[in-house]
Design a protein around this ligand. Sequence first.
Ligand code: PMP
Length: 287
Amino acid sequence: MSLQVNINGTLVPKSDAKISVFDHGVLYGDGVFEGMRAYRGRVFRLEEHLRRLWASAQSICLTIPMTREEMVRQVDRTLQVNQIDEGYVRLIVTRGIGTLGLDAHLTSDPQVIIITDHIALYPREFYEQGLKIVTASTVRNHPGALNPRIKSLNYLNNILAKIEGHQAGCVEALMLNHLGEVAECTGDNIFIVTEGVLRTPPISAGILEGITRGAVIELAQQEAIPVQEITLTRHDVYTADECFLTGSAAEVVPVVTVDERSIGTGRPGPITRRLIERFHALVRSSE
Ligand code: PMP
């Protein structure tokens, strides 16, 4: 059976899953989304993802035409019909059909789309050997322009940085904020370990408040690893003992080279490995 996509509560085969070319999601990237992981048939931290989706929508004056309870039901139903136990879930809410102008008031019928699929993770060797990343010259969106806390359908800022990463032979790229401080990677949050202290930029650095980031901070606290949400410069990253990234799709992935500087020993460090282990245990437990 082909993959079924949920559009506004109706399941349709992947090939029939279509929306209008006049939808402002298509015309302007006007809408919001979430990327989530299912483990053992259940979405990891679904409530947190829904809270963030609703917050993103609220911030752009978009009313999601579905209750949270109904969204939970539709996510479960879509996972079940596609028989996905371990996979990825994409929630999308578009602004809906409008005119060719920007006016959000002239739009109607926001579309709620749920796509579930098996995930193409990074290859295993990335987790064992770590990633090489570079700093992109594309600066992360200024929070006063398009706040990175909004997970909007307009991801060009990140895509442009990711293209730079690819051009340098890397699968991820580090993005700095408008002040030149470390912000995050194109689709992941960043952490470093320096002298036993886990450090990550604060939300005020202009980043997405990652749900995996939150989970890793909790795990570190349980492991009695000191955690600081603190402004970081590239110098802090270059001179760290360890570095790793977090995201729903990537989970926790070590970084061993940044802008051709080896981080620490040049191999995934002990705290990174401990947190990866603890994260795997967490997602596989019922919480
Ligand atoms: N930053 C950005 C820009 C992202 O797109 C993502 C992935 N959604 C993350 C961080 C990680 O967030 P999460 O752990 O909630 O997936």
